[in-house]
Design a protein around this ligand. Structure first.
Ligand code: NAP
Length: 241
C-alpha cells in the first residue's frame, strides 16, 4: 500500500484530503502542531476505510521534528510516496504594522516547512523512482492580497519552489504540483469579519464558498496515476474568483 503524508492533516482542508486519500486506499500519516484530539479524529475516520493510519506531533518549520517524523512514518508504515504540504497559518496585518515575528513565523511554517518536508521525502522517492509532492499554495500567492504580505510571499514562494523541484526530479519519476485554493470554509477563514466574507463571495462566479472537498478532489487526482504527465503546475481551485 502506498503511504501518503498530509502535513496539517488534523483539521480543515488537510483532514478532508487525508480522509479522501484513505478512501482511495492509501495508508495515511498526518502531522499537527497543537490539537491532538483533532488529529486522533482524523485518524479514526481514515481507519474506517480499512487502511493503516497514524498521527505525529511535528512542527513542520523545525528540521529535527521533520526528520524524526519521516523516520517514524518509515518504521511504522513505510516510505512516503505521496507528500501533501498542507500545513499553513496566517498572521494578517498591514505592512506598516506587521512585526518581524509575524513575517518570520508565517514564512517559516508555510514555505520553509514545505522545503523541509520535501527534502526529507525526496531520497526515498528517488530510490523508488516514483513520488508525488503536492503543495497547497493559495490564489493570493498569485494575485496578492492587502493585509497578507507575509502569507502571500510565503505562498508565492511555494509556487517558485514547486516549479523548480518539478524540473529537478521529473527525470526520477517524481511529479511536483501546487494547488491554489480560493476562499475555502475552514477555521482559517471563519475568523474573518462578515463584511470581508461578503466581499469575497461577490467575487466568486460560481456563487458559493469552496469546501475542503473541492481541494481534496483535485489533490486525489494529482496523487493518482491519472495525473502521471502533470508536473510543475499550479491548479487554481477558486470557483472562478
Ligand atoms: P486550518 O483549518 O487552520 O488548519 C491548519 C492545519 O495546519 C492544522 O492541522 C494545524 O494543526 C496545522 N499546522 C499549523 N501550523 C503547523 C505547524 N507548524 N506544523 C504542523 N502543522 C501545523 O487551515 P486550512 O484552511 O485547512 O488551510 C490548509 C492549507 O490551505 C494552508 O496551507 C492554507 O494556507 C491553505 N489555504 C487555505 C485557504 C482557505 O480559504 N481556507 C485558501 C487558500 C489556501 P493544529 O490543529 O495542531 O493547529
Amino acid at each position: 500500500m502506498s503511504v501518503a503524508l498530509i502535513t496539517g492533516g488534523s483539521r480543515g482542508i488537510g483532514r478532508v484530503i487525508a480522509e479522501n486519500l484513505a478512501k482511495a486506499g492509501y495508508d495515511i500519516a498526518v502531522c499537527f502542531s497543537g490539537n491532538e484530539d483533532a488529529a486522533q479524529e482524523t485518524i479514526t475516520e481514515c481507519k474506517k476505510h480499512g487502511v493503516q493510519a497514524m498521527y505525529i506531533k511535528a512542527n513542520v518549520s523545525n528540521a529535527e521534528d521533520v526528520s524524526n517524523m519521516f523516520d517514524e512514518i518509515k518504521s511504522m508504515l513505510g516510505p512516503v510516496e505521496i507528500l501533501v504540504n498542507n500545513a499553513g497559518i496566517t498572521k494578517d496585518g498591514l505592512l506598516i504594522r506587521m512585526s518581524e515575528e509575524d513575517f518570520d513565523s508565517v514564512v517559516d511554517i508555510n514555505l520553509k516547512g514545505t522545503f523541509l518536508c520535501s527534502k526529507a521525502a525526496i531520497k526515498d522517492m528517488m530510490k523508488a523512482r516514483k513520488g508525488r509532492i503536492i503543495n497547497i499554495t493559495s490564489i493570493v500567492g498569485v494575485e496578492g492580497n492587502p493585509g497578507q504580505a507575509n502569507y502571500c510571499a510565503s505562498k508565492a514562494g511555494i509556487i517558485g519552489f514547486t516549479k523548480s523541484v518539478a524540473k529537478e526530479y521529473g527525470g526520477k519519476g517524481i511529479t511536483v504540483n501546487a494547488v491554489a485554493p480560493g476562499f475555502i470554509q475552514t477555521a482559517m477563514t471563519d475568523k474573518l469579519p462578515e463584511n470581508v466574507k461578503e466581499a469575497y463571495l461577490k467575487q466568486i462566479p460560481l456563487g458559493r464558498f469552496g469546501q475542503p472537498e473541492d481541494i481534496a478532489n483535485v489533490v486525489e487526482f494529482l496523487a493518482s496515476d491519472k495525473a502521471a504527465y502533470v508536473t510543475g503546475q499550479v491548479i487554481e481551485v477558486t470557483g472562478g474568483m
